[in-house]
Design a binder for this molecule. Structure first.
Ligand SMILES: Cc1cc2nc3c(=O)[nH]c(=O)nc-3n(C[C@H](O)[C@H](O)[C@H](O)COP(=O)(O)O)c2cc1C
Length: 161
């Protein structure tokens, strides 16, 4: 059995999507934290089943997400995400073919800007209107994940659950 690769035909060709959005959740920090955890749980479950990998950067006000995998699955998932009312001001930054996965180990890694300290100090503001160097973002996320404990840190205010 072969895994998804750039050389595979049609909808199996590897692609990457990068978007930014504004967080539209309301509630206490704990309630927002619960929602983010629920988003990550659904993402990890669905992405594993669809052979998608990537990282979600959450600044407290904005999301920046990199998602990669076979084109068909990526498009279906992207359609769901972009219609999700938990964010707004949705801005597609990049949708491109990819030679190889960058986040092969992570169904959906979670990163906060503080984890990029010392890795990408002159990073831009992570908001939809600011210019974004995607390759610099991807490289910084990868380095942050390599530096972290198994790469996945979920450090959010605890709510009811
Ligand atoms: C910022 C953000 C990122 C998301 N990322 C993903 C993702 O990577 N994969 C995914 O399946 N759903 C993601 N979602 C959730 C989808 O919008 C949708 O709620 C979910 O896929 C529905 O799955 P379910 O029917 O299994 O609950 C994201 C939502 C938000 C707000």
């Amino acid at each position: 059995m072969t895994g998804p690769s750039a050389g595979a035909p049609g909808g199996e060709a590897l692609h990457r999507v990068v978007y930014r959005s504004e967080m539209a959740l309301v509630g206490t920090a704990a309630e927002v934290g619960d929602e983010i955890r629920a988003i990550l749980a659904a993402s990890r479950r669905n992405n594993a089943a669809a052979a998608l990998t990537g990282a979600l950067l959450y600044s407290g006000r904005h999301f920046t997400q990199v998602l990669e995998g076979p084109l068909d699955a990526l498009e279906r998932t992207y359609d769901r995400i972009s219609a999700d009312l938990r964010h707004s001001a949705f801005d597609l930054v990049q949708f491109v073919p990819l030679q190889a996965r960058t986040f092969g180990e992570w169904g959906m890694a979670y990163v906060t800007p503080g984890e990029l300290d010392g890795i990408w100090d002159d990073r831009p503001a992570f908001e939809p209107s600011a210019p974004l160097d995607v390759e610099a973002l991807v490289a910084a996320l990868r380095r942050a994940l390599a530096a972290g404990e198994r790469g996945v840190k979920v450090d959010l205010p605890r709510g009811r659950s």
